[in-house]
Write a protein that binds this ligand. Structure first.
Ligand code: M6R
Length: 359
């Protein structure tokens, strides 16, 4: 049932092009997003709520929403939201993200949002799950069953759905024209092929993982939208390879964390956004000067001089706003091969369950 793959996780990583295609295509009508959740022009603020990987997807989605729709968006960790005293206006939209649709904290957050009288929208992968049933509107993602504890394809489809939501909000708010929206939707339709292309980095990820497999810590750094991708990359590595890994906004390093960098400390630097590239390169130089062994992930077009990093993974050429969807693939593969090298139980990591139905 693993379809010839050694683990469900690897199989699910490879299913991502299909999952993204199955999720995006039914939500496009005449080249425009068609979410079927009514008119969004009155939405004044978006609250995105989830746990773990779903919350990370929310952080990437927030950037797209603010960029295209210029609607303020916030991301809440569900376990904090449910016991907090969130400020929510009647014209806000609460977007609840969950693969399983059964995560206890996320379900409780949905119920609190409903109590506050705000419109709720759920992005869920499991049909008929509790969150899907209770939200005002459901946007199903079509990743298919995700068996491995570490979430991979569910994240990719959450990103794709959030991209569609960002474009729908932007269109409904009149921030982008139908023509511009069609161009962006056409990009989104090409995303499955771009993800397919990113899977070709498999062997290079395996090689990079072999170089770092004996390390017990790792730092992920990135700026802008690469920061949430860093968080997701670090979570994968912690979860399945048991490497103590942390993500930092690259500019934050010098405010404390850099004291931890010594000879051979692994630093995984994500730099997919051209306008921030040189800034991240400066941070890479700072850590390299202290002995860090740097793995750089960047776009093909980036100007990378030979001495900038110890290992470089070049991502396929894709529109920059879609980079998080492509970047996550080598991050997943890197964590996977690290875990394999370290002899970990990849599909069933210790202490973890697929669905966290207790708080
Ligand atoms: O089913 P959900 O999306 O609500 O699950 C949320 C988290 O528990 C989940 O994403 C978790 O962080 C993953 N195991 C990470 O790979």
């Amino acid at each position: 049932e693993k379809g010839g793959f050694a683990h469900f996780m690897l199989k699910e990583i490879y299913e991502q092009p299909k999952s993204v295609r199955d999720t995006v295509n039914p939500r496009l009508l005449n080249g425009l997003p068609s979410l079927g959740c009514g008119d969004l022009s009155g939405v004044e603020r978006v609250h995105i709520i989830g746990c773990g990987t779903a919350m990370h997807a929310g952080l990437v989605g927030r950037a797209a929403i603010e960029r295209f729709a210029r609607v303020p968006a916030e991301v809440h960790v569900a376990s904090e939201f449910r016991y907090g005293d969130p400020i929510i206006g009647k014209k806000d939209l609460a977007v609840i993200i969950s693969q399983s649709g059964e995560t206890a904290d996320t379900l409780a957050a949905l119920r609190l949002a409903k109590q506050k009288g705000v419109r709720t929208m759920a992005i869920v992968n499991v049909v008929g799950s509790s969150i899907a049933r209770e939200a005002d509107c459901v946007l199903y993602t079509w990743a298919g069953p995700e068996i491995a504890v570490a979430s991979t394809k569910a994240y990719s489809v959450q990103l794709a759905m959030l991209d569609l939501l960002a474009l729908q909000l932007a269109l409904d708010h009149g921030r982008i024209s139908p023509h511009e929206t069609r161009v962006l939707c056409a990009d989104l339709q090409k995303l499955p092929d771009m993800v397919e292309e990113a899977l070709k980095l498999d062997a290079s990820c395996k090689e990079a993982a072999a170089a770092y497999a004996k390390q017990e810590i790792a730092f992920f750094i990135g700026r802008g939208v690469d920061y949430p991708s860093s968080m997701e990359g670090a979570l994968k590595l912690k979860e399945i390879a048991y490497v103590e890994s942390e993500a930092y906004a690259a500019g934050e390093l010098k405010h404390g964390t850099i004291s931890l960098i010594v000879e051979h400390t692994p630093v995984i630097a994500l730099a997919t956004q051209s306008k921030l590239f040189e800034k991240t390169v400066s941070n890479i130089k700072e850590v390299k000067a202290r002995g860090a062994e740097v793995l750089l992930l960047c776009g093909k077009g980036a100007h990378v001089t030979e001495d900038v990093a110890d290992h470089v993974l070049m991502l396929p050429d894709v529109p920059e706003w879609l980079m998080p969807s492509v970047l996550v693939v080598p991050l997943q593969l890197f964590a996977y091969y690290m875990a394999a090298e370290r002899g970990c139980d990849i599909d069933q990591p210790r202490n973890l369950a697929k669905s966290v139905t207790v708080e």
